[in-house]
Design a protein around this ligand. Structure first.
Ligand code: ZN
Length: 414
């Protein structure tokens, strides 16, 4: 079921729209979640307008350099919000919105999103990516009641956040292909109209890469429109499947590793962009395989045993391994018949797999698009080690029970 925001505006009057909306809806008690950066960018104007208009206004403004959607920050929000029912206002980019989405949902409140950077596609979605005991999971919550975006604020967002939003959109090039592969080979639920809508949104970003890279209001508007459309596609499908494939699994792997090692976080979209280059590289390899080669590979390949897989997961994830083994159950315990069906389907439907792969741009092309918008295109530019690229490729796919090109490559023994 889809619950889109009742009102969405993207223009130069976000604060006015917000004030009018709260008044018209009789939302008298408000609680704003921001951090020092987003407070400076937009939160102060929101606060001044709402206080001047006589609303009962409370807020929390995080002062830490790095806000994480984890237990500590959620606890702080609940304490600051107090015991009265209030409508939450998320003034910020992805993380602040996700903290607010979760806290408001779990206190039976609603929230309004005031994005300050076009950096992720999750603003209007229902899922809140959270860090729970060091593991990145997505908790189904709620979409915002309304969303008011101030175009000038978005255009003034740090360039790396704009590039990250663009890169999160580029990730759909592989996530949609992965979704199609998952549908074809693993019978995952699929909706062609949603896949096409997502791809149309990516195309608009690709066509406007230069305007987005320059941070022009017209380019930023298109980017936010595309990010919102990707969010609606998730809402309409009921999960993040259209927007998240192997590239997001690599990104989640890096995110968890950085967190575990106490290293600074990297923007979600920046990681997704680099991972998209890597996953597009897997599609490059798929495109090079003839049916005969696939037949030979399948002949030689063995499906890893549960014990082997568990050992790899333990090595990669340490004390988090238990949760990941549980999440990954469908792939750890396939019946012999399931494995046989998979192998047969890969061979029988190789032409369709090729047609899906043909729609993914070459890794080189994806990298060039990232560079055009000024974002990182390699793990080194992300500030990660080369070895961490290989670790993500080896271990990222354990984080979700979705069939992606990474699973296909594994089934082929590559
Ligand atoms: Zn994303």
């Amino acid at each position: 079921m889809s619950y889109r925001p009742q009102v969405v505006t993207i223009d130069d009057r976000a604060v006015e729209h917000l004030t009018e909306f709260c008044r018209a809806q009789g939302l008298q008690k408000l609680f704003m979640v921001a951090d020092t950066h987003t407070f400076a960018a937009q939160g102060r104007a929101v606060q001044e307008a709402l206080v001047a208009a006589g609303f009962d206004f409370k807020s929390i403004v995080f002062t830490d350099e790095e806000v994480i959607a984890d237990a500590a920050h959620l606890f702080d929000v609940l304490v600051a919000a107090g015991g009265e029912a209030r409508t939450y206002l998320a003034v910020g980019s992805g993380t602040l919105t996700d903290i607010t989405r979760f806290a408001s949902h779990r206190t039976h409140s609603q929230f309004i999103a005031v994005p300050t950077a076009p950096s992720v596609d999750g603003f209007a979605s229902i899922g809140a990516p959270l860090i729970v005991h060091g593991v990145k999971i997505t908790v189904i919550c709620q979409a915002p009641l309304a969303l008011f975006a101030d175009l000038r604020t978005l255009a003034q967002a740090p360039q790396k956040m704009i590039a990250a939003g663009f890169a999160d959109m580029l990730g759909k090039l592989t996530s949609i292909a992965d979704w199609r592969i998952g549908h074809l080979l693993w019978n995952e639920p699929y909706d062609e109209s949603i896949a096409l809508r997502t791809l149309a949104a990516v195309q608009i970003c690709v066509d406007n890469a230069d305007a987005i890279g320059q941070g022009s209001p017209a380019g930023i508007r298109r980017l936010l429109d595309a990010l919102l459309e990707s969010g609606y596609c998730m809402l309409d499908f009921g999960s993040s499947r259209p927007a998240s494939g192997a590239e997001h699994h690599y990104s989640h792997y890096w995110e968890m590793k950085l967190l575990r090692e106490g290293r600074p976080a990297i923007l979600h979209g920046a990681k997704v962009g680099v991972a998209t280059v890597l996953v597009a590289g897997l599609y490059d390899r798929i495109r090079q395989l003839s049916r005969q080669q696939v037949s030979d590979l399948l002949e030689a390949a063995t499906w890893p045993s549960r014990a082997e897989e568990e050992a790899l997961i333990r090595e990669a994830y340490g004390e988090l391994a238990g949760d990941i083994v549980a999440e990954h159950k469908a792939f750890l315990d396939p019946t012999a018949a399931q494995v046989e069906t998979l192998r047969r389907t890969i061979l029988e439907r190789w032409e369709e797999i090729q047609a899906i792969a043909a729609q993914v741009p070459a890794a080189q092309e994806v990298a060039e698009l990232l560079v055009r918008v000024g974002g990182p295109a390699t793990v080194a530019e992300l500030g990660l080690e080369e070895s961490e690229r290989d670790l993500a490729v080896a271990n990222g796919h354990y984080l979700r029970d979705r069939f992606t090109v990474r699973k296909l490559v594994r089934a082929l023994g590559l």
